[in-house]
Design a protein around this ligand. Structure first.
Ligand code: ZN
Length: 186
């Protein structure tokens, strides 16, 4: 049985057994927060539990590194939707130690893709700046601080929204504070 077939088989039972009933909640985050964090598998359940966030409590936005690369990209848009449409009143940017985006190098990633040099050249000749796009960060605290600043200074974000920055340890779940949005706000 393929992985997809396994998923669909499991899903049939999930629905028949009414397992969905334990997940009943609204789309509005009960704790009125939006969290931007990394897609790292170690954080899937750890971040919510380490932050005392249960199902329905928060809108959670994820990407590689919890990075906002562009103030008008899809990550920032998601955060704005969480605030302006879903009622979130605070933002938490949660990076983590030992992140794959730390010291990500474009050459290595391109090599790992197995794509031919010709295709890479076509992209570069078309003006795609792969070097910038595929470069990660050196220090996670700097990256978190940078993402917090992009959110905080966004023209479509209300002044009253605190934006916090934290770094979580993927083994212990310990949170280190990088930016206290309450202090920065006042
Ligand atoms: Zn990560």
């Amino acid at each position: 049985m393929s992985h997809l077939e396994n998923v669909l088989e499991h899903n049939r039972n999930f629905v028949i057994n009414e397992d969905f009933k334990t997940f009943n909640t609204s789309k509005f985050p009960d704790k009125k927060i939006v969290i931007l964090t990394c897609m790292d598998t170690r954080l899937v359940e750890m971040v919510p539990q380490a932050m005392n966030v249960s199902h329905g409590d928060a809108a959670i936005v994820k990407n590689a590194g919890a990075v906002i690369s562009h103030p008008f990209g899809s990550i920032m848009r998601s955060i704005l939707v969480a605030i302006n449409s879903l009622g979130a009143e605070q933002v938490y940017v949660v990076g983590h130690h030992d992140c794959g985006m730390a010291q990500l190098h474009p050459d290595t990633l391109i090599e790992q893709s197995g794509v031919s040099q010709e295709k890479i050249d076509v992209l570069k000749n078309a003006g795609i700046d792969l070097d910038t796009w595929l470069t990660g960060f050196e220090h996670v605290e700097d990256s978190v601080r940078n993402s917090v600043n992009i959110i905080k200074n966004h023209p479509l974000l209300g002044d009253h929204i605190p934006v916090h920055g934290l770094v979580i340890h993927p083994e212990t779940g310990k949170l280190d504070l990088v930016v206290n949005g309450e202090v920065a706000h006042s």
